[in-house]
Write a protein that binds this ligand. Structure first.
Ligand SMILES: [Zn+2]
Length: 327
């Protein structure tokens, strides 16, 4: 009888998206239907175990009303610096965690279910492939533009993890070896130019070099946000438009390099800065085309995420574990 009941239960996985300020989870069915989505503060100054305990408790509470009709099959987690091979999070920049946190093991010990982890940018790519703009694609690159630049590279239908699990960090490829300082300790990384803070840095350097009027001159460096630059650009402020054009040009050059490495069918963009759409992507596309080898020209679209308005991090984490488990 118990067996019969089990057979009628719908399989579901728990998708968890751990971020620097908030963490979210939700229960994801194989078709992408997501329920009981919940967001809690990450409390980045506390040890990882606090967050794990809190997420497990809240997830159990959230699942309880659905337990009669659903069976939990596994847990997928996207987290900064999470390593798919080892299940360990190593030195996440925005979290005061131990050097190495065995995230997969901590969740497995709580639920006794299969657990897979990967970094948040790879989870986003998996979410696009299963539920979003990359459905049906086997080769694409997903780029998340926010406080940094995250990327997930898919080749032949699989995320590229490389020898150690850390492959695919386009954000820390170098635009200018003598360029801007990066939070990673290097200079001139792509994300120091192409990210929300990077756009603001470019806007300020234009304000210093040029004399045109601009509403951005009223802002202090601390106060200026990418949203302000976006709003000014929408109002045809010439320096704000130029800041987007410069950012797009730099992005396009690196996209062209990435095409030479993996020949993707498309690039897919997520995140706050990506929402500025054509302001950034028209310049990026033009610059990419100018820098592409001719065999690649004219056939690689820059697309926006197909998961806008949905919790892409949770769906991506769900897609990660759906790819691992066999029903
Ligand atoms: Zn860097």
């Amino acid at each position: 009888m118990a067996r019969e009941q089990n057979m009628t239960k719908k399989a579901v996985v728990l998708g968890i998206d751990i971020g620097g300020t908030t963490s979210s989870f939700g229960f994801v069915e194989q078709d992408g239907t997501c329920f009981a989505e919940t967001t809690i503060p990450t409390r980045p100054r506390e040890p990882a175990e606090y967050l794990v305990t809190s997420l497990c408790k809240r997830a159990r509470e959230a699942f309880a009303p659905f337990a009669a009709g659903h069976e939990l099959k596994g847990i997928g987690i996207g987290a900064p610096n999470a390593n798919y091979y080892t299940g360990i999070v190593q030195r996440p920049i925005n979290l005061d965690w131990d050097e190495e946190v065995p995230l997969a093991e901590l969740f497995h010990s709580q639920f006794g279910l299969p657990v897979a982890v990967t970094n948040d940018a790879n989870a986003a790519a998996l979410g696009e492939m299963k539920y979003g703009a990359a459905r049906g694609m086997r080769n694409f690159i997903s780029i998340t533009l926010g406080t940094g630049l995250g990327s997930g590279i898919v080749v032949n239908g699989e995320i590229v993890y490389g020898s150690d699990g850390f492959a695919g960090e386009l954000g820390h490829t170098v635009v200018d070896p003598a360029g801007r300082m990066c939070s990673c300790g290097k200079r001139g990384c792509l994300e120091t130019y192409v990210s929300a803070p990077g756009l603001c840095r470019t806007a300020f350097s234009l304000l210093a070099e040029r004399t045109e009027e601009s509403v951005l001159r009223a802002f202090s460096f601390q106060a200026l946000t990418a949203k302000d630059v976006f709003t000014a650009a929408c109002n045809k402020d010439c320096l704000a438009l130029e800041a987007f054009a410069v950012t797009g040009r730099i992005l396009g050059v690196k996209l062209a390099d990435a095409v030479a490495h993996t020949s993707p069918e498309a690039f897919i963009f997520h995140g706050g800065l990506a929402a500025s759409g054509d302001l950034l992507l028209v310049a990026a596309k033009r610059s990419m085309e100018e820098n592409l080898l001719s065999i690649y020209r004219g056939r690689i679209p820059l697309l926006l995420s197909g998961l806008q308005g949905l919790n892409a991090g949770v769906l991506g984490a769900g897609a990660l574990i759906w790819n691992e488990i066999k029903l």
